[in-house]
Design a binder for this molecule. Structure first.
Ligand SMILES: Nc1ncnc2c1ncn2[C@@H]1O[C@H](COP(=O)(O)OP(=O)(O)OP(=O)(O)O)[C@@H](O)[C@H]1O
Length: 265
């Protein structure tokens, strides 16, 4: 019912993803830093084919929850499941090998390398130093070319990444993430610092990755217009606790979400 009031593409995705297998699940995750409870007893679930948003005021615990899911932090309590397997104590690189790729708020492109080389070192072919010393396969080169053309960056391929604009670097980082052929992509504020004209473009790329390359997407976002438009479902955190989850429309009308953003207790 709610989904039908969204855009038609959103409604279609919501309908098709509802039956999807659970890809990520957290079971009562708590993360403490000393006396501070950054994430407090949080259950979330991301299903195959969904775009799921994670919102909340500054310090709500969003990045900490992401870090627990990707294995860069160990939760103090609770469990993380990836496709039904308990991965709570798995190191980050082992979870990443299962296809869970993380993008960061601040771009992590290699600024002294060309755009094309940034793409090639991101191919999902080798690990560690092998990536640097082994020449990329022709398949990786082909894929890099295809993605750079798609992202409008092929003409700039020989430019050092450090010379690109911030928005272009974010696009490059998105391309690098796709080179790893992700199963699930966790994006930390994809719209942050992007100019308005690039936002639509970025949303299109995220949707294409989801619909055409079957990438399940879980994203943290402060830009409300963006997260409401792109997400099938949204979780809201405040003070480490899950305060709401639902369709974008449900979240927009949720009193506890409004209270959290307005600072009302
Ligand atoms: N490594 C750490 N050590 C101590 N405290 C931390 C650490 N990481 C996060 N915190 C604290 O945990 C709380 C949650 O932080 P977190 O970065 O997860 O929030 P967030 O919702 O991602 O915030 P923002 O939107 O500002 O990025 C904050 O009070 C933060 O100061």
């Amino acid at each position: 019912m709610m989904a039908a009031e969204n855009t038609s593409s959103n409604a279609t995705r919501t309908a098709s993803s509802a039956s999807g297998e659970t890809v990520i699940r957290t079971d009562r995750i708590t993360k403490r830093f000393g006396g501070l409870v950054a994430v407090d007893d949080v259950d979330i679930e991301v299903r195959e084919g969904e775009i799921v948003g994670l919102i909340g005021p500054n310090g709500a615990g969003k990045s900490t929850l992401f870090n627990c899911v990707t294995g860069s932090l160990s939760p103090s309590e609770g469990s993380v499941y990836y496709r039904g397997r308990d991965v709570t104590d798995w190191p980050q690189h082992k979870i990443a090998r299962e296809g869970l790729v993380r993008m960061f708020q601040h771009t992590r492109v290699y600024s002294e390398m060309t755009i094309l080389d940034n793409m090639l070192v991101s191919a999902d072919e080798d690990t560690g130093l092998e990536r640097v010393f082994r020449p990329p396969s022709s398949a990786a080169r082909e894929r890099a070319k295809e993605l750079l053309q798609y992202l409008g960056l092929w003409g700039l391929r020989d430019l050092h990444a450090g010379r690109m604009s911030f928005g272009q670097q974010k696009l490059l980082e998105f391309g690098m993430a796709l080179m790893a052929d992700p199963d699930v992509l966790l994006m930390d504020e994809p719209a942050g610092g992007i100019n308005p004209s690039m936002l639509e473009q970025l949303m299109g790329y995220i949707r294409d990755a989801n619909t055409e390359s079957s990438v399940t997407i879980f994203l943290i976002e402060h830009n409300m217009d963006f997260v409401m438009e792109v997400s099938d479902r949204i979780y809201a955190l405040a003070h480490g606790e899950k305060i709401a989850d639902g369709t974008p429309e449900e979240i927009q009308n949720d009193d506890s979400v409004l209270d959290a953003y307005l600072g009302r207790e």
